[in-house]
Design a protein around this ligand. Structure first.
Ligand SMILES: [Zn+2]
Length: 444
């Protein structure tokens, strides 16, 4: 079955940044088979897009889907205060709540143009099974790709960590469960819909041994590694006191600066840290809204990009960025870069590249992030005849600068999972009401 989407401004995000202002794209069996302008190939089905902008599906590189249940808490807190208030609330999570939370968060992401969702789940209260399976099920049902992760915390308050003792796990149990989930869920193949990463939570909630053993397990299984890093000045002070070095230096000591690792935030970096991340191939998930919401600061993204670092975007959890809108994060990345370094710091297309191609490189996926023959047929299709884009002669810059926008169609693996701005496989109002019912269980 081939489908031709025609009459569109196609942004390929290839190496040269090719765009086809009067373009078309041909899909075949879940992959892109051709893209261009002018003479159109024949197809089983042809869809006229009436001048819409087509971009690669956006790739989210950092999230905690369960946090949709606990929005707008600890409203003026810094990260550590915010975490201390929320850990006991999150201890109520179970598979039913996780499923409802994931459906809500993934629906929001899909409607903002996201086709690949990474999720970092690290709260595993004793005796609650099936949390990762629940979010994977939600992604499968809604039709997007998911890179789930087995997160972990094993450094409780009584050992000098931040989380309460009853929320941390035993190291051996974490590793065994990670291995089990990898066997059950991870697909290493091209066009994979479900993958697993290994993701201890942060330097202040896990032991050195867990970081080291997680890395060796992941490398044995061929999985990517992820954690939080250098998010706040408090984290910097914590690491200096406990480990006698900066968070980035600590990561180097435990074998976590490498090309199979990506870290969320990386706000507080020295010039040497920037060079070290680049030299080692370590990736960065830039989460500007969350960093602003918690007053953490702004990551030096133009410097990281100039140094050749892999950088993608993340909405981060919904308790520190109450909105899971990835196109809005593209705009936010542009704004914070310009706020730090002036109007030449980042173009609209550079920002869009971070949210698509950049995210794909961060997740080490060479099958998503651009629209070229052989790539996954993951497309975000944006109408240009809406109020906010009138007068924007350059619709691609207009799309970014006037974000957020609801995607018109979202195609994942060749299948439309959003059409006319609505989910195809689920009802948005039902997702919202089921989510509200679960969220009430977490109310104060
Ligand atoms: Zn996070």
């Amino acid at each position: 079955m081939t489908t031709l989407y025609r009459n569109a401004w196609v942004v390929t995000m290839d190496d040269e940044g090719t765009e086809h202002p009067s373009g078309w794209i041909l899909l075949d069996g879940g992959f892109v088979s051709a893209v261009g302008e002018g003479d159109e190939p024949g197809a089983d089905e042809t869809v006229d897009l009436s001048g819409a902008v087509v971009t690669p599906g956006l790739v989210n590189t950092h999230h905690h889907l369960y946090q949709t249940l606990t929005r707008a808490r600890a409203q003026q807190a810094d990260l550590f205060t915010w975490l201390r208030e929320l850990y006991p609330v999150w201890a109520g999570i179970d598979a039913e709540a996780e499923y409802a939370a994931a459906r809500a968060g993934i629906a929001e992401l899909a409607l903002s143009g996201c086709t690949t969702v990474f999720d970092h789940h690290y709260v595993f209260p004793r005796g609650r099974d099936g949390l990762i399976e629940a979010e994977v099920q939600a992604a499968r049902e809604l039709g997007v790709r998911i890179v789930a992760s087995r997160g972990s915390m094993d450094l409780g308050e009584s050992d000098g960590g931040l989380p309460p003792d009853d929320l941390v796990e035993e190291l051996d149990a974490v590793l065994a469960e990670t291995q089990r989930l990898a066997g059950a869920l991870h697909d290493a193949g091209r066009g994979a819909f479900v993958q697993l990463a290994v993701a201890p939570c942060s330097p202040f909630s896990v032991t050195r041994r867990l970081l080291e053993e997680s890395a060796s397990l992941a490398r044995r299984l061929g999985l990517q590694l992820h954690t939080h890093l250098a998010e706040t000045v408090e984290e910097e002070a914590y690491c200096r006191e406990l480990y006698g070095c900066s968070p980035v230096e600590y990561m180097g000591e435990v074998g976590w600066l490498a090309d199979d690792v990506w870290c969320a935030h990386c706000v507080h970096l020295s010039d040497d840290d920037v060079l070290e991340l680049s030299r080692t191939g370590t990736g960065v998930a830039h989460c500007p809204t969350s960093n602003l919401r918690l007053g953490a600061g702004v990551a030096p993204v133009p410097e990281l990009v100039a140094a050749g670092t892999r950088v993608g975007l993340g909405v981060d959890g919904s308790a520190s960025n109450e909105r899971s809108d990835l196109l809005l994060e593209v705009k936010q990345a542009l704004l914070v870069a310009r706020g730090r370094r002036g109007p030449a710091a980042m173009t609209a297309r550079d920002a869009l590249r971070l949210g698509t191609r950049g995210g794909a490189t961060v997740l080490r996926r060479d099958d998503i992030g651009s629209l070229e023959p052989g790539m996954c047929a993951d497309l975000a299709i944006w109408r240009t005849d809406v109020l906010e884009l009138g007068g924007a002669e350059d619709p691609v810059a207009g799309l970014v600068l006037s974000a957020p926008h609801r995607v018109d169609r979202l195609v994942v693996g060749g299948e439309e999972v959003v059409r006319a701005g609505a989910l195809v496989r689920a009802d948005e109002a039902t997702i919202a009401s089921e989510h509200r019912a679960q969220a009430r269980r977490f109310a104060k």
